[in-house]
Ligand binder design. Structure first.
Ligand SMILES: Nc1ncnc2c1ncn2[C@@H]1O[C@H](COP(=O)(O)OP(=O)(O)OP(=O)(O)O)[C@@H](O)[C@H]1O
Ligand SMILES: [Mg+2]
Length: 597
């Protein structure tokens, strides 16, 4: 780039200098020639007048042309000229170019223009081709003899001589011109280089800046125009960096906002979305240009945007259900107009996803109604039997005892229910602080299962434990793991058949977790209920479960606890052949030091 610019500038400078020199050369060439001719003419004239003055009297011995020719030869040789002497009749009596012997054969010269003019006007001059020597010559002639004229003296110079002289001078000038051209080209390139180098430095810095080197700046060396250009470049680069930083900061702020934000312009086109909005409505987040609202697939949401745009209204937490990338969601939309210099310049929409909130609210409502429903049955039964007793059954001791037993059983059921509800609400509220610590599962399981020995033997159910030695400790809260195991074993014992009932508890280590399996050969769970048994109050056979003292809360408590331990719970079951519940708990991380030796 620099090369091209400096060569171009250099060539332009060189050509300007060259053409001005060449022009002056051509112009001066003609003047030079005229100068030459006039100088030669003036010299000739002077010589002519000098020599003619010496011939005022015709030398007495010149009756013989040999003498006069000798004089002409001598003067011609001395002055390097052709010297001719002509008498008044036009007869040549001496000529430096013609030997004396041949003079007599020369034509009469009286008709020659210069001779005629010399005789008539006192001076004759002409340029023509010589008949005698066949060469273009400059002739000057004056009359000689004073007071009495006796002839004409003529000097002639071949123009060839003048031209040769002129050519010599011209050659010198051409050489000079060539030098001048070379020097001017070099000077042109040098100055162009000096001029283009700082420009080149600015271009280079701009190039680097464009390619991501944001610290590229130009060193300011002078205070001239280029220096000012450099300062302007540096200032602009600083500004761009600052603006980029600010934009990045704004983008980060927008990204960290969990609410979806959509900004539209005055025409109602989307000009900005934050990552949350981009994800929710699958709009390309890198908006390089405004996109139409129809990019939003959901009709209700689009309608709302268009309505606000058309009416310029403010929205505060308007609720709507919209189809989003996460499925159907309940959203609240707030909208504020952006005003710039009191002119409407678009709208900012803030969208909140309140689906979870609504779901929780619904769950809480359902929960309250389920609990009241669950409370109603035992309470009604207690009240019924109490009334019956009061109405006289009290006096029949057999009935009275069995009624009182039922009342006791129902009140136990109530206690269990209230305890489970309290446990669950505590666990679900997230307020529990788990006390996680490495836990030896084997000892723990053995202890928990032992509590069921009595119940199981009464029912004729065999409990088998198959837990290997050396299980890695799991990271768990002992108290809550206890609840998990007790619930699963309780279910197994509860829902297993009366005869031949068998419950097997196994554990085994996996790569970074330990699995505990509680298997029974009981009634099993139908496929369609498998997903739901972890829901609150869900029981496959309500009547039977109730009869067995179940509330339907056990498994939802278990699931909460296991998930809080970053574990997992799964169930496999076949109706009439049994169920297997598998709980997986993560292994406690190895202590960094003190490995056993
Ligand atoms: N081992 C099992 N075999 C067959 N069905 C089971 C088994 N475990 C659970 N279920 C079914 O899942 C339902 C929900 O179990 P869950 O433990 O949550 O409640 P529950 O045992 O009825 O009452 P709770 O445990 O609160 O006393 C049970 O009512 C039962 O229908
Ligand atoms: Mg249970």
């Amino acid at each position: 780039m620099r090369g091209r610019l400096s060569i171009r500038l250099g060539a332009i400078f060189g050509l300007i200098v060259f053409f001005s020199l060449a022009f002056s050369y051509l112009y001066q060439g003609r003047q030079l020639r005229e100068l030459f001719v006039s100088r030669v003419r003036a010299d000739l004239q002077r010589e002519l007048r000098l020599n003619s003055g010496m011939l005022d009297d015709r030398p007495a011995d010149w009756s013989d042309t040999a003498r006069s020719d000798q004089w002409a030869d001598r003067v011609g040789a001395a002055l390097d000229l052709r010297v001719t002497l002509i008498d008044l009749d036009g007869q040549v009596i001496g000529d430096s170019y013609v030997p004396a012997g041949r003079l007599a054969f020369l034509k009469n010269h009286s008709a020659r223009t210069e001779v005629r003019d010399a005789l008539s006007k006192g001076f004759g001059e002409t340029i023509r081709s010589s008949e005698t020597v066949r060469e273009e010559m400059l002739y000057l002639a004056v009359p000689v003899g004073s007071p009495k004229r006796w002839g004409v003296l003529r000097f002639a110079k071949p123009l060839q001589d003048i031209r040769m002289l002129e050519a010599e001078v011209r050659n010198g000038v051409v050489g000079g011109l060539l030098w001048a051209l070379l020097i001017s080209l070099a000077a042109g390139m040098l100055s162009a280089y000096l001029l283009s180098r700082p420009l080149e430095r600015i271009t280079e810095a701009a190039d680097r800046f464009l390619h991501g080197e944001t610290e590229a700046r130009v060193q300011v060396r002078r205070r001239d125009e280029i220096g000012r250009l450099s300062m302007a470049f540096n200032y602009m680069a600083d500004e761009i960096v600052r603006m980029n930083r600010q934009e990045e900061w704004l983008r980060e702020v927008l990204s960290s906002i969990r609410e979806a934000i959509i900004v539209t312009n005055a025409e109602g086109q989307i000009v900005l979305v934050n990552p949350a909005a981009s994800r929710l409505f699958t709009i390309d987040g890198a908006l390089n240009r405004a996109v139409p609202v129809k990019q939003i697939a959901d009709k209700a949401m689009r309608g709302l945007l268009e309505r606000v745009q058309a009416g310029g209204e403010r929205l505060f937490r308007e609720e709507l259900t919209a189809m989003t990338s996460k499925g159907e969601r309940v959203l609240t939309v707030s909208a504020v107009a952006v005003m710039q210099a009191e002119r409407f310049d678009g709208t900012v929409f803030v969208i909140n996803d309140i689906t979870r909130l609504r779901k929780l609210e619904r769950m809480r409502r359902d929960f309250v109604s389920s609990v009241s429903h669950e409370l109603r049955t035992p309470l009604a039964s207690i009240r019924g039997y109490a009334e019956t007793l009061l109405e006289g059954a009290m006096n029949d001791p057999d009935n009275a005892v069995s009624f009182l037993r039922i009342i006791l059983q129902e009140s136990q059921q109530l206690t269990a229910l209230v305890n489970d509800v309290l446990d669950l609400s505590k666990i679900e509220s997230g307020r529990i602080v788990y006390d996680f610590a490495p836990l030896d599962l084997k000892a723990h399981i053995v202890k928990s299962v032992a509590m069921f020995d009595q119940v199981a033997s009464r029912k004729g159910v065999r409990i088998e434990l198959a837990i290997p030695e050396g299980l890695p400790p799991v990271m768990a809260d002992a108290g809550y793991v206890d609840i998990v195991i007790r619930n699963l074993v309780d279910n197994a014992v509860k829902y297993v058949g009366e005869k031949g009932g068998m419950v097997r508890i196994r554990a085994f280590a996996m790569s970074d977790a330990v699995s505990i399996e509680v298997e029974d050969n009981g009634m099993g769970i139908p496929q369609e209920d498998l997903d739901r048994i972890f829901e609150r109050f869900y029981r496959v056979d309500k009547a039977r479960s109730r009869q067995l003292g179940g509330t339907g809360l056990g498994l939802s408590i278990v699931k909460h606890i296991v998930l809080a331990h970053k574990g997992d719970i799964r169930v496999r079951s076949r109706v009439n052949s049994g169920s297997v519940f598998t709980v997986t708990l993560p292994v406690a991380p190895c202590p960094p030091t003190g490995s056993p030796r």
